[in-house]
Design a protein around this ligand. Structure first.
Ligand code: R5P
Length: 283
């Protein structure tokens, strides 16, 4: 499918077999965005842009979508391998914005079909609860499981909290490996406490910590501390890595691997085979 590929996703787009549509993006000196679509616009077209740092990306995505529309696009698919703003999915304290709903409603106004990978759906059970357009949700667990299979013998898969269970369980099942879920208490963005059951039955296993998102890194940092294993691997789907998260995790593991849903130095697993599957092609 002809695709407007945002910066950083060129390799992913090429590996997934998308045909790039020529376009230009730049910022004016005052940081306002400039968008120009250069190629003729087909009726069905996609935009490939991960929605990490969503505040800086969403307006350029809307500008691209509206320009494609004006130039003849009748069906626009947004392929956002990472979909941001999903963790604030509730009014936890009175008066808080429910960001997931607002973000989903905004995107639905400009796009016809949404494609993403492993969205952090916790209290929201389906994308349909926040989007008013059809969506396709893909999973990266098979890619993570393949990585473990080819790089780590005798793995013990550990998830930091109940929310990670869905990834941990799927990966462990594909590997026929044991798994454990730790217990997390979060009292602030960077304040996380982790407790974990006795690991002595797993002496001799190679520990693999698995989570969907690394943001501040404190969840997996505290999990690594609780596990106290000298040589552990950290695997995650989405490499958000806010602030000093990478340095923090490097202090507990020299083997950190993520997928390329978000461009980062730790990318070692491509999601191109998932996106290549033609499932997101609109009817
Ligand atoms: C939350 O429940 C997610 O599954 C991750 O555990 C969380 O987003 C990681 O955040 P951080 O890296 O900031 O601890």
């Amino acid at each position: 499918m002809y695709t407007v590929v945002f910066k950083g996703h060129e390799q992913l787009a090429s590996d997934a077999g998308f045909i790039p549509l020529a376009w230009t993006y730049r910022q004016f000196p005052d940081q306002e965005s400039y968008v120009r679509i250069i190629d003729p616009v087909p009726k069905k077209v996609a935009i490939l842009c991960s929605l990490n740092n969503p505040d800086t990306k969403i307006f350029p995505v809307i500008m691209v979508a509206q320009t494609l529309r004006r130039l003849g696009a009748e069906h626009i698919t947004l392929i956002a391998p990472y979909f941001g703003y999903l963790r604030q999915d509730l009014e936890f304290s009175p008066g808080e914005a429910i960001s997931a709903e607002i973000f989903g409603q905004l995107i639905s106004q400009y796009i016809d079909h949404m494609v993403t990978i492993d969205p952090h759906l916790h209290r929201i059970h389906s994308f349909d609860e926040i989007l008013t357009i059809p969506s396709t949700v893909m999973r990266a667990d098979t890619r993570l499981a393949n990585y473990v299979k080819t790089h780590i013998v005798n793995p013990l898969i550990i998830g930091p909290d109940g929310e990670s269970l869905q990834w941990v369980e799927r990966i462990a099942k594909q590997l026929n490996a044991p798994y454990i879920i730790a217990h997390k208490t979060r009292t602030g963005d960077k304040n996380v406490t982790i407790t974990i059951d006795d690991l002595s039955p797993y002496t001799g296993c190679n520990v693999v910590l698995v989570d969907d998102v690394i943001s501040t890194g404190h969840t997996l940092y505290q999990t690594a501390k609780a596990v106290q294993h000298p040589n552990l691997t950290i695997l995650a789907v989405h490499a958000v890595f806010a602030d000093d998260a990478y340095a923090l995790l490097r202090s507990v593991s020299s083997h950190i691997v993520t997928t390329d849903t978000i461009v980062h130095v730790t990318n070692g697993i491509s999601v191109a085979p998932i996106l290549k599957a033609d499932r997101h092609t609109p009817p």
